[in-house]
Design a protein around this ligand. Structure first.
Ligand code: PFF
Length: 452
């Protein structure tokens, strides 16, 4: 597949699309964010709401977003403009695409900082300091690391440069070929950690925490966090799946590919949770430890297991890989837009967007040290960026996609695009995308605002 500028190239096969879409979906969201959010929000009830959101809202919107992308075949902004014209409705729909470009940019700004932590730990875990490390020392090492704006800044820089280098070389190529090996390897590594967790002494407690819902521990705000996490983890609501859909050949089943990606994404998140919480309880740590959770708990396991430094290095390398296949998707809408509309070289588009994103990321770097006390309404810069994107922009972007696909686009068009063999499946999708997804998101918003 060759890179083309204004007429997009297409994926060589269904597999290539699935690999790219799972690459976008599976990332820090599954391994780093899901466990820490579940820990912060009381466990089981949060996980249940997350799973419900994935099924009732994530599935129909993933199908809708891919479908819009394939029909429009351009960057999200231009796709929405073209589809709005086709449906003879307002061109204002192109702002859905804009929302996605901005959300992706903002997410990448902090995503890169956290991916930098994984890069740093890849090198650190090999050190004797981690041998038989206890919980207190692991926490201290992480706290020291986090306190240094220089270290955080340097790793953030490395990660951003790596992302922009890959993005500048086009959508296809080495990355998705590598995914064929890396994704199964990541799954295997999580299974190893799960087996380790089984024997850690905290397995029962860990599982109970994750899967025994206690609704008294979940607030309205927590429900919104769970919904936002469903969007974030699936990579929905900001146009990156739309971009990938735009490269999808027209004979591939959108529904089947989407279901596969969603199943894989959810499985990875749950396996990560099952690996981490037993360790949390076995070592007397608190599940509500915030963004440092996996960086403080997993090194304890690596420090204890034979050859742990090697497993540790492999684990952090795999996280880095999972993160970079997501970060490429996060910035792709912005780069695709700049190169289509501003007629910019792909390289230049990458340089500008990467640089701007790097600068924005410094806000997150400093949130963990210099600016840790700079708060507005009790939230740091990082917490604001995270909340605005995951809890507001992605769900709104997702609802706009659902409303457009369900109500604005003609049924004849969506039916012919989805080509579902069983008409009942099409009906089910239509009900989910027209009613369940938009109302579900609206209810969660109202609940979080305390209006329910
Ligand atoms: N889904 C990615 C993760 O779970 O890490 C993050 C992400 C990628 C969010 C792409 C949004 C997106 F468009």
């Amino acid at each position: 597949m060759t890179e083309q500028r204004f007429v997009h190239a297409q994926w060589s096969s269904r597999l290539a699309f699935i690999l790219a879409a799972s690459g976008s979906a599976i990332g820090l969201g599954n391994i780093w964010k899901f466990p820490y959010l579940a820990g912060d929000n009381g466990g089981g009830a949060f996980v249940l709401v997350y799973l419900l959101s994935v099924v009732a809202i994530g599935i129909p919107i993933m199908i809708a977003e891919t479908m819009l992308g394939r029909r429009g075949r351009q960057s999200p902004i231009n796709t929405m403009r073209t589809l709005a014209e086709e449906a003879k409705t307002s061109p204002l729909w192109c702002y859905t695409g804009w929302l996605g470009v901005i959300a992706g940019f903002l997410i990448l700004s902090y995503y890169s900082v956290i991916a930098g932590w994984a890069m740093a730990y890849f090198f650190k875990i090999n050190s004797a300091l981690f041998e038989h490390i206890d919980a207190a020392s692991s926490t201290r090492l992480f706290e020291n690391f986090k306190a240094s704006p220089e270290f955080l800044g340097i790793w953030h820089t490395f990660f951003m440069v790596a992302t922009m280098f890959i993005v500048s070389r086009g959508v296809s190529g080495g990355l998705e070929r590598l995914s064929r090996f890396m994704m199964p390897a990541l799954l295997l590594m999580l299974l190893v950690l799960d087996v380790y967790a089984m024997n850690s002494g905290g397995f029962g407690q860990g599982l109970a925490f994750l899967f025994n819902p206690d609704f008294s521990k979940l607030t309205g705000a927590g429900v919104l966090v769970a919904l936002g996490q469903a969007f974030f983890s699936l990579g929905l609501g900001m146009g990156s799946i739309m971009v990938y859909g735009s490269y999808l050949p027209s004979d591939v089943s959108i529904a089947r590919s989407s279901l596969f990606v969603i199943a894989a994404d959810t499985l990875v998140a749950l396996l990560a949770g099952v690996a981490i919480f037993p360790l949390v309880f076995a070592n007397g740590l608190s599940p509500a430890m915030g963004p440092g959770l996996i960086f403080e708990t997993l090194p304890i396991a690596f420090g204890q297991m034979p050859g742990g430094w090697l497993f540790g290095m492999m684990f952090f390398a795999l996280i880095f890989f999972a993160a970079i296949t997501s970060s490429v998707a996060l910035i792709e809408p912005a780069v695709a837009f700049l190169s289509e509309n501003k007629r910019m070289d792909r390289e230049k588009a990458c340089l500008y967007s990467g640089l701007a994103c790097w600068v924005a990321g410094l806000g997150t770097v400093f949130s963990f040290n210099l600016w840790s006390d700079v708060k507005w309404l009790d939230k740091t810069v990082y917490e604001w960026v995270d909340m605005l994107t995951a809890e507001i922009m992605l769900p709104i972007g997702g609802v706009l996609v659902a409303v457009f696909a369900g109500w604005i686009m003609s049924k004849a068009d969506s039916e012919s695009e989805l080509k579902l063999q069983n008409p009942r499946h099409y009906q089910a999708w239509l009900i989910l995308v027209r009613y369940v997804a938009p109302l579900g998101v609206a209810l969660v918003f109202l609940d979080a605002m305390g209006l329910l």
